[in-house]
Write a protein that binds this ligand. Structure first.
Ligand code: PSU
Ligand code: MN
Length: 306
């Protein structure tokens, strides 16, 4: 895989000198948010990570190269092209690379690339999960399988409320993926702070999480970890309103016959329209909050390894 990796010099230096690095995905830029908010958000994420003293590494595939640490221009181009760039999960990776195409990486593909570059922490909005109605559609995000096997710690606001959160947690439990509530006992529901589903693991400081990640490595346990970080109170949306919006979006989607990889981008966009842009504002803020926590954890981890 290293043959296809292209790390920017700052990241090479950071990894060589054990400086903390935080990976960022690119599907959230191309498919998760509209232009120009997507680009502004991506750049602000990088700024937040730097402010804590870490190096951000936004990841995407450009001309078939696995780029770790996009430039501002590359982020802007990805944001402008939007859904014209191919949403790339694990299964799509060899195709995009072989055909020298551009790919926006999902959580699963970003984890793979981050791991092969030697990056241990990755901030995003929400992980993919088990979709509602998965018992008949079989739609389960590749993100979950990736978490089962690739050793990267993913800091997120839970799974998007458009999913079946209870089944998502069951799946992660079966696969042995630790899901750590950050200052909470409940799995966060992305746009809202709390779902009804209880978590068994809780941490109250970045240091506790860093030490769990370190111990997991020392135990030789393969696979990732999920840090579930609730959206800050002041940006949390009304639960009833949100659920109504999601139900409506899911119903519309079924009528339109949208399936597969189009599902998540469609639902995010549709919920945004139904909530008149409120959900996008919340989405942006929860991503910032995850970047901040990811950077704090990455920093603690480097300290623990000294
Ligand atoms: N979180 C967001 N916005 C997004 C996604 C996550 O706030 O756009 C993306 C991630 O890239 C995630 C993907 O990996 O949605 C999951 O897609 P699917 O359900 O098709 O696996
Ligand atoms: Mn899917």
């Amino acid at each position: 895989m290293n043959k296809y990796l292209k790390l920017n010099p700052e990241i090479v230096d950071a990894l060589k000198n054990n400086k903390p690095v935080v990976a960022l995905e690119s599907t959230i830029i191309s498919h998760g948010m509209p232009y120009p908010e997507n680009v502004q958000t991506a750049l602000e994420c990088e700024r937040i990570i730097r402010e804590v003293g870490c190096i951000p590494a936004t990841i995407a595939i450009l001309n078939g190269e696995l780029v770790v640490g996009l430039s501002v221009e590359e982020i802007d181009e990805l944001g402008r092209k939007g859904a014209k760039v191919i949403k790339t999960s694990r299964r799509d990776l060899p195709y995009i690379v072989a055909q020298k195409k551009d790919g926006a990486t999902t959580v699963s593909a970003t984890m793979i690339i981050a791991h092969s570059a030697g990056i241990k922490f990755f901030a995003t909005g929400g992980i993919g999960g088990v979709h509602r109605g998965a018992e008949s559609s079989f739609d389960i995000s590749a993100d979950l399988e990736e978490l089962a096997k690739t050793d990267v710690c993913v800091i997120c606001a839970g799974a998007k409320a458009i999913l079946d959160l209870e089944k998502t947690l069951e799946y992660l439990e079966t696969k042995g993926v630790p899901v750590i509530g950050y200052q909470t006992n409940y799995f966060p529901a992305f746009y809202t702070r709390k779902s009804p589903y209880e978590l068994t693991l809780r941490a109250d400081s970045p240091k506790e999480i860093a030490s769990l990640v370190k111990v997991k490595e020392e135990l030789g346990l393969q696979g990732g970890t999920v840090v579930a970080n609730p959206i800050p109170n002041q940006y949390s949306m009304n639960e009833k309103l949100m659920n109504e919006a999601i139900d409506k979006a899911v119903e519309e989607m079924e009528k339109l016959g949208i399936k597969g990889k189009e599902t998540t981008p469609y639902l995010l966009q549709s919920v945004k329209e139904i909530t008149q842009g409120q959900s996008l504002k919340a989405n942006i803020q929860l991503v910032y909050n995850n970047c901040l926590l990811a950077a704090q954890i990455a920093k603690e981890y480097v300290e623990l390894k000294k």
